[in-house]
Design a protein around this ligand. Structure first.
Ligand code: SAH
Ligand code: SF4
Length: 383
């Protein structure tokens, strides 16, 4: 199935058939389209002058028409746990961050209880043979309009959408930085921004990622994380038929509490969101991930755990608990270890596979929710 996409905004984000159409118009043979596509997506070369097997006039034309790297890396920090954060700048000087997270490390394991049998979801269990594998967390917007109370990304509201080319270029940069090691073993849309609030660009990135003659990553290895925009969730289901992994940020056990910490819940309330998830096709991916950020003394009681288990009953899900990471602008205390353990125990006792996501890279402010537009003041506006 191929998504009905809106037109490409730049040369970089063209799919193979779009290159062929363009090159037909330029009087270029079809195989040239394949060559350019391979340069970009297999080798990560975005400067036409470096595409050495193309004739000079074609290289010149590509440069004149604007083929060029859309991002430059302005900082590259490595955490003590191996997590690596790239600060990238776009041509209009806007900046976002992307994070490379080593997999299979002890830090990623569930430290509270041994994992239950799993369905092989790639983000649960470290693969012993994959110690050099990284998953890459990418941003999809500059800022975010959703204004969740505990998250640094939304502090200044939405600055602007990213184009598909800008979103995708993070993945090419990530691969280049991992030279000599494995490719990324997975891509997660868990950086700055709400991916379903930039759906046309995200859909195009998914197509680029999965194109076999290009980046060639199965969508089973790609996770779109959303705060729950129901119409776009349905569109994603229609366009990709459950082939892409889905993570849904729930963070509350009832709708009123959710509205308090996630303003988007006033537009798309929890019962409607859960009903949409019941309809979501899951053939290829097995299960939907429910993300639940534990805010100390707020949503981490045993009662919350019980109510959450009732809300999720019968859904094909697993639960990732994320003890809140400190964000200077939004001070929620971390939950105690005892609370986290109890919350997990209750969900498991109710038959829900539940994992605890350990903080990674927080010494370089690269953990969930810490990617920020630095120095901005909180401003909440939903859509
Ligand atoms: N906008 C999307 C994806 C980006 S956020 C979404 O909200 O799902 C990725 C995950 O990090 C979400 O589950 C989000 O709620 C969580 N998160 C945000 N701020 C956090 C914080 N301070 N500590 C822990 N997790 C946080
Ligand atoms: Fe946006 Fe997600 Fe942060 Fe909420 S948690 S403000 S949706 S990035």
């Amino acid at each position: 199935m191929t998504a009905a996409l809106s037109p490409p905004q730049s040369l970089l984000e063209r799919l193979p058939h779009e290159w062929e159409e363009l090159f037909a118009g330029w009087g270029q043979p079809r195989y040239r389209a394949r060559q350019v596509f391979a340069w970009i997506h297999q080798r990560g070369i975005l400067e036409p002058q470096a595409m050495t097997d193309l004739p000079g006039p074609l290289r010149l034309r590509l440069a004149q028409e604007g083929l060029a790297p859309p991002l430059t890396v302005v900082a590259d920090q490595v955490s003590s746990d191996g997590t690596r954060k790239l600060l990238v700048e776009m041509v209009d000087s806007q900046r976002v961050e992307t994070v490379l997270i080593p997999r299979g490390s002890v830090a990623e394991r569930d430290v509270y209880a041994p994992p239950q049998d799993d369905d092989g979801d790639s983000d649960d269990e470290p693969d012993p043979a994959a110690t050099e594998a990284y998953s890459q967390c990418i941003s999809s917007q500059v800022g975010c309009a959703m204004g969740c109370a505990f998250c640094a990304s939304g502090i200044a509201g939405l600055k602007r959408q990213m184009t598909a080319g800008e979103i995708y270029a993070q993945v090419l940069l990530g691969r280049a930085r991992l030279e000599g090691q494995r490719r990324q073993s997975g891509i997660v849309f868990m950086g700055m921004g709400e991916p379903l609030h930039n759906y046309p660009a995200v859909a195009r990135v998914l197509e680029l990622l999965r194109t076999a003659e290009g980046f060639g990553m199965s969508l089973r290895r790609v996770t779109v994380s959303t705060s729950g925009l129901i119409p776009e969730l349905r569109q994603l289901a229609e366009d990709f038929g459950g082939r892409v992994r889905l993570a849904v940020s729930v963070h509350a056990s009832d709708s009123a509490s959710r509205s308090r910490i996630m303003p988007i819940n006033r537009r798309y309330p929890l019962p409607d969101l859960l009903a949409a998830l019941r309809e979501y096709p899951v053939p290829g991916l097995g299960r939907i991930t429910i993300e639940y950020t534990l805010l100390g003394g707020d949503n981490d009681s045993d009662g919350d755990a019980l109510r959450l288990s009732e809300q999720l009953a019968g859904l094909p899900v697993k639960v990732n608990l994320i003890p809140v990471n400190p964000v200077p602008e939004a001070a929620f205390p971390a939950p105690s270890e005892a609370r986290v353990a109890s919350f997990q125990r209750i969900l498991r006792a109710r038959g829900l596979d539940t994992f605890v996501r350990r903080r990674k890279g927080d010494d370089i402010a690269a953990a969930c929710g810490q990617l920020a537009l630095h120095g901005e003041k909180r401003k909440v506006r939903v859509l």
